[in-house]
Design a protein around this ligand. Structure first.
Ligand SMILES: Nc1ncnc2c1ncn2[C@@H]1O[C@H](COP(=O)(O)OP(=O)(O)OP(=O)(O)O)[C@@H](O)[C@H]1O
Ligand SMILES: [Mg+2]
Length: 452
């Protein structure tokens, strides 16, 4: 096959992590397969020293077939090459698999590291959902019996007409959500701590991250209004006889500019202006009738309504009240975090008693085997280091389908400069930027492929 120059460099380049981001059908998988073959032929690397992961079983099977085909093709060209023939023998035990299968291998070879019995089974989703509910019911029952004060406060806050179902729902939803993070507890704790504004108490609420978000949102909505007014203004000024309307719209724009300016000053300045905000009454020359005039009237009253609605939606309190609200919220969230963590511990315990693991556990257990916390950092374990030494390269096809837990797993079995990621151009780069913005183009080389 005649490779393009870009494909060639994506096949040959080494020494850093590489992201190959290219369009569908541009030859991404073909490049990945060729790269593997080249490693075998040119660098004498055995196929079982590579970790090649995909995200579906079908893709894993196809990958294996494509590598096997490529090997046979090379053997046809060099029938006496013993090294190539040996790869055919090694292939069945090579790590060309889904990331799930790799995680299961990590667990099965190291189950003793995580206090799991070797004959665990993966439970069906329905069984897991039932168990979750059971654990949650028992946990709540326990809190009621102990008259746990924190818990009662949570119930007071979240219980609705369905009794405590609301709170149960919240606990489950958050528990499920945080499983997509490599370190769920740490993640949750960090997010809860974002509400810990005790140290900022003396400052204006606009200086907190929440105040800033709200002020920016308010400012954006005001700017939308200004933009709409400017459009109608530019239409009006072509008609001298509409002078009255022109002046009113001009005045409206100034008022909104003024209000927007307040969001740059402080929360309380914005709050006060927002509440006393008003646009002058519409008055015009009744003798002149014009569609444009009617349009202007409509535009400004829509804006007036939108600003008022925004004030009622997001500018509810002055700075002091807003702080009080955040303190209260933080207090509640700390308690909620505690319940979620207790649920997690209890759920895990029950699964261990039953000798089952759920689908999400596969990745989290693998990560537990590969990572340990040291001085607040998550560093590779001895097991992870063994994998680091084993794998010359870690290749990932369809990188855009990976989640953060999987990414962390692959990162931890890598030496730091030998991950080869291949994915769809738009989704991969977007995801990549999100995952490690500081690494982008620094530790990574990026290629895009273009078929001529
Ligand atoms: N330089 C090339 N010259 C000729 N054919 C090529 C070249 N590069 C790739 N192809 C062919 O293009 C087809 C698509 O390639 P491939 O499956 O590797 O693309 P892909 O980017 O992985 O696609 P997908 O987005 O579906 O994963 C294959 O048949 C492959 O052999
Ligand atoms: Mg492909």
């Amino acid at each position: 096959m005649g490779w393009t120059d870009e494909q060639k460099s994506a096949i040959e380049k080494s020494g850093s992590n590489i992201l190959v981001a290219a369009a569908a059908g541009s030859g991404k998988t073909a490049v990945l397969v060729e790269r593997i073959i080249q490693k075998i032929i040119n660098q004498g690397i055995d196929i079982d020293k590579l970790l090649v992961v995909t995200f579906t079983n079908a893709a894993a099977v196809e990958m294996r077939e494509r590598i096997l085909d490529a090997l046979y093709k090379k053997i046809d060209e060099n029938p006496d090459d013993e090294n190539l023939k040996r790869q055919i023998i090694l292939l069945p035990r090579a790590n060309i698999c889904t990331i799930h299968a790799f995680c299961l291998e990590v667990i099965k070879n190291n189950f003793f590291e995580i206090d799991l019995s070797s004959n665990f089974r993966i439970a069906a989703e329905e069984e897991i959902e039932l168990l979750k509910q059971e654990v949650l019911d028992d946990l709540f029952e326990n809190y009621y019996e102990e008259e746990d004060k924190d818990f009662i406060q949570l119930i007071d806050t979240y219980a609705g007409y369905k009794g405590d179902e609301n709170l149960k729902d919240i606990v489950l939803k958050i528990y499920n959500f945080i499983q997509s993070s490599p370190y769920p507890r740490k993640w949750l704790h960090e997010k809860v701590e974002l509400f810990n504004e005790n140290n900022n108490h003396e400052t204006d609420f606009g200086k907190t991250i929440w105040g800033e978000i709200i002020l920016n949102e308010f400012s954006d909505r005001i700017q939308d209004g200004i933009n709409n007014l400017k459009i109608i203004y530019n239409k009006l000024i072509r008609f001298d006889e509409l002078e009255k309307a022109i002046n009113i719209i001009k005045n409206d724009i100034e008022c909104l500019e003024d209000l927007k300016q307040k969001t740059k000053i402080s929360w309380d300045a914005t709050f006060e202006s927002a509440y006393s905000f008003e646009l002058v009454r519409w008055s015009d020359d009744k003798k002149i009738s014009s569609d444009l005039k009617e349009e202007a009237k409509k535009v400004r009253s829509a804006i007036k309504e939108k600003i008022n609605k925004t004030v009622n939606d997001i500018m509810l309190y002055n700075s002091e009240e807003a702080f009080k609200d955040i303190f209260l919220m933080y207090d509640i969230l700390v308690k909620l975090e505690k319940v979620i963590n207790e649920f997690e511990s209890e759920f895990l315990k029950r699964k261990k008693e039953k000798n089952i693991i759920d689908f999400g556990d596969i990745e989290h257990y693998a990560l537990k085997i590969l990572v340990q916390e040291k001085d607040g950092e998550f560093v590779p374990t001895e097991v992870a280091k063994r994998y680091q030494n084993k794998f010359v390269e870690i290749a990932i096809d369809e990188y855009q389908d990976s989640n953060r837990v999987q990414e962390e797993i692959l990162t931890k079995v890598s030496k730091g400069n030998n991950i080869y990621m291949v994915g769809d151009v738009k989704q991969s780069i977007y995801k990549f930027r999100q995952a490690c913005p500081d690494l982008f183009l620094e530790k990574y080389d990026k290629y895009s492929l273009e078929r001529k």
